[in-house]
Design a protein around this ligand. Sequence first.
Ligand code: AKG
Length: 285
Amino acid sequence: MSAVVTEEDVARYRDDGVVLIRNLLDERWLSVLADGIADNLRRPSPRTREYVNDPASGAYFFYDALVLGEQPAYDRVMLDSPMAEAVAALMESSTAVLFYISVFVRGAGTAERSPWHQDQPSWSAAGDQACSAWVPLDPVPLETALEFVRGSHRWRTAFERAPFFIDRYERDDRSGQTPFPDIEANRAGYDILGWEMSPGDCLVFHGMTTHGGSGALPAGLGRRAVSVQWLGDDARFREVPGGDSPRISEALRGRIRPGDPVACDVCPVVWPRATPGDTPAAPGH
Ligand SMILES: O=C(O)CCC(=O)C(=O)O
């Protein structure tokens, strides 16, 4: 078993599709991440989105998605922090392959929740060993929590991609998809999980787990959070009809082909750590 998660954590992730690991990242890692986010806000990637920017109310919601090599501070955290070891154990995978890192920054008092959605239907990676590790850099009161539908990673439907507030930015071009159920209007009908969190606590959730929230911030409290996307042994590159979101496939085409393991120089095997002199190996290669 890993040094950073317990058998109980693994069972919870398997059964619920989400588990909270307290204190995964210490002050040192949080400070590296904070520097990275400050730099990222000044130098957004081409995949950035400003979901909300209302100078009148101060509401602000920035999103970005970066791959290895695009932000040195993020690279350090993804490659060297305890996160890779934790997610490999939770996914019950012999490897953790870094896919990409997402960044969510909300200004103090921003109300907008992220809509209920599944992540993986829009990823250019198929496989059951696929997850996100969401870490806040600011305190998370319960009423502002990122929320999850317990066990929804075993739902058999990949629902239509939720417009992330906007059809301005994204459309789901897969035709004939099942519309997303209206969970917010029927909360009592679902087993919804959410936690109060401290900076450095980490929620690890399966790529198919339905989640949303993280809005309703009180005046005076902003939210910086990163969500790192990880893949395990069974993950394979795929082309998403209508295009993936975010467009990580653009960085992968020419390196790997559909059906290949995703591990490559852009998406390296981070766990187990390479011993000095080793070339990172791709599972299945
Ligand atoms: O932090 C948020 O608002 C959304 C997080 C999320 O959807 C994710 O990490 O996949």
